[in-house]
Write a protein that binds this ligand. Structure first.
Ligand code: M6P
Ligand code: ZN
Length: 190
């Protein structure tokens, strides 16, 4: 099968992408166990309207070694912890990814299989290089939507299992009106 070139239009304000081949949304109820404060999470789900946390829209063509899309993250917190994505390693350890931020303020938390942590800023115009072998989780630390474009190989695959239990070694919280990156208590408490 041969593929033909095509223009895809991306709205930097909303993350709308057209033509799209797929779309999904994650609300708070879909993210059980992600946040440190389980009580705040349960309250927000049961009594806070189960808010939208992020949406992913993708453009994928069978037979291509690239696919791309947008992720649009709403601003918000569970307790002091900012809204974030689930985070994943790629199943294929030889495949990385690129995140190009178009709107908002955030952090990209990264961690390799050896437990080494890094973080890089996400803001309009910043393009984050995610090397092969590094788990990645994006966090909206601002007060408006965080919109970014991502590009990777469709064969990269998502491995969620490795960070499902405890999360990553660093967490992003609001502390005294500022953004703080702290050690994840689930690791320090054993
Ligand atoms: C980015 C990409 C997607 C990913 C999405 C949400 O847009 O890396 O592949 O699915 O973020 O992240 P997660 O799958 O970790 O919830
Ligand atoms: Zn990825």
């Amino acid at each position: 099968m041969s593929l033909l070139p095509e223009t895809v239009t991306i709205d930097a304000m909303t993350g709308a992408l057209s033509p799209a081949t797929g779309h999904y949304a994650k609300h708070l109820a879909d993210l059980e166990g992600l946040f440190q404060d389980a009580t705040a999470w349960a309250n927000a789900v049961a009594h806070g309207g189960n808010p939208l946390v992020y949406e992913v829209i993708e453009y994928r063509k069978d037979g291509s070694d690239l696919f791309f899309g947008t992720t649009t993250m709403q601003p918000g917190r569970v307790g002091t912890e900012f809204y974030m994505t689930r985070g994943h390693f790629h199943s294929n350890p030889a495949m990385g990814e690129v995140y190009y931020t178009r709107r908002g303020e955030g952090l990209l938390l990264l961690e390799n299989r050896g437990g080494e942590s890094r973080h890089v800023p996400m803001r309009a115009g910043s393009c984050a290089f995610i090397p092969p072998g590094w788990a990645h989780r994006s966090v909206n630390t601002g007060d408006e939507p965080l919109v970014f474009v991502w590009v990777c190989n469709p064969a990269a695959g998502h491995d969620y299992a490795a960070i499902l239990d405890k999360g990553l070694r660093q967490i992003a919280v609001e502390q005294d009106g500022a953004v703080a990156i702290l050690p994840n208590p689930r690791f320090t408490q054993g």
